[in-house]
Design a protein around this ligand. Sequence first.
Ligand code: CU
Length: 588
Amino acid sequence: MPNFLHRRNFLRFTTGLGLVVGLDYFSPAYAKQIKSIKADQTQLKYPEIIDLIIQETGVKIGEQNATGITVNNSIPAPLIRLKEGQIAKINVTNKLDEDTSIHWHGIILPVKMDGVPGVSFAGIKPGQTFTYEFPIIQSGTYWYHGHSGLQEQRGHFGPIIIDPIESDPFQYDKDYVVMLSDWTFEDPYDVLKNLKKMSSYYNNQKRTVENLSEDSMWRQMRMDPTDIADITGATYTYLINGLVPETNWTAIFKPGEKVRLRFINGSAMTFFDVRIPGLKMTVVQADGQNIQPVIVDEFRMGTAETYDIIVEPKNEQAYTIFAETMDRSGYARGTLAISQGMTAPIPKLRERPVRSMKDMGMNHDMSGMNNNLHMNHDMSGMNSNSTMNHDMSGMNSNSTMNHDMFNDEAVPNISNDFGVRNAGVPMMVQSRLNEPGIGLENTGTRVLVYSDLRNIAPGYDQRKPDREIELHLTGNMERYMWSFNGKKYSEEKEIAFYKGERLRLTFINQTMMEHPIHLHGMWMELDNGAGQYKPRKHTIIVKPAEKLSVEINVDVSGKWPLHCHLLYHMKVGMFRTVAIMDHPVEAG
Ligand SMILES: [Cu+2]
């Protein structure tokens, strides 16, 4: 370490997004923080070998001292910059006293390099160095993080940029990573314990319900209408590039320049709503994939999603980069400005949203029905299709059978009773891809919706799916149980995909929370009405009482995780291993 950076300063400086491995290894973060990473890619030297060291380090989060899990002494971990077509070779040394790992989120790679202990490899033991080596066959904005225990919550995550061989189909002058995260000074295992004891532990916003019959309905759903986030600003500090709102991470522009901002939601549990008051944002990438540009005022990011946007500030002024949490309990904040030290007004937190009948899978015209009959939480009478149709005469159950095209009609949720692990079963499920999501319905501004996303080019495989699998997202908020099909990972490990098939995977969210579902190793092409231009995603938000489908080319081998990317949901069991099997031989 250069001696002008004695330890204390070094720690402080490295809490900004600073170190670019292999490029300017020793350049301190405060210098990097204000520099655009836009570079002439023909001049950039991409490192052949990258060395990462994972250890516990003292860090400063705002003014407070803490201990985090750092990579090369930094939270977030250093930016890894690679070039499409190269071989990535990354030595990861574990200096913790427990096992660790790195998963390369959204990167298509050989299964042994995917970095999930117990699924793809054995993990990295204390003192051990593991070398990841894989060809880079894509470009865009991604990220990496620990996949061991709850290490990710303690700082074990960082950004990845892969520069394309052929330049991106949009222009920009400045380029910045904006990595969002949530930090707690509590031990993450205590956080989990608290949630298990009382799911509303971090929900200081419980409302007083005026309407008794509605209240009893919520209780039967084992939900409270203010359950928007399990973990809130009550314990979380929200960070941009490792910095608290007061530190005000700042990106510099000259008026008239096009600024690319690579937003990465590296949080453990937080959905962010992002806007830059005074500027229109042109969304050009989603999950690292170029899309047909969409101009918006605001967009929502589920945990683990990425969006690249271009803004073109014209005035000599400052603009606030405002990432408000979905539950409105806090925000991360940075600034776009013509020089360091400038600030712009910080918007007020908006009113906290409450869950609606639609989130419960009920339409308004069904509000008169007898709660006790229909909302009983064990729903033992619900399996019968005829009961449902009798009560909800207006519904068209045939629409469930149409697999060929996107369709957004509500369908009765005739699926199963998944037992205690599934507390409230929505009456109906429907597509919600054209909804911006809870709290963003009536902003009066243009908010990105999933049905806006259209891949820049037609998908490489236009085969119709051979087969459809349904996966139910299930939960019991009151008991903090989260699962698929009512079974947690320890009870049911695997789902089979068949090698070579084109699969339609349909998610049905039986819970009243949004879940960002992540599939490793394969793209999910979201069936959002874009026809041949389905966007490719690695992480997809499934809204309460939503039914949505993705198509997957099963062109890999091995075993790959499929899980909710809310860290604590994954931890308690909302996780499966996808096992790639040979196609069963047809009898006869
Ligand atoms: Cu979840």
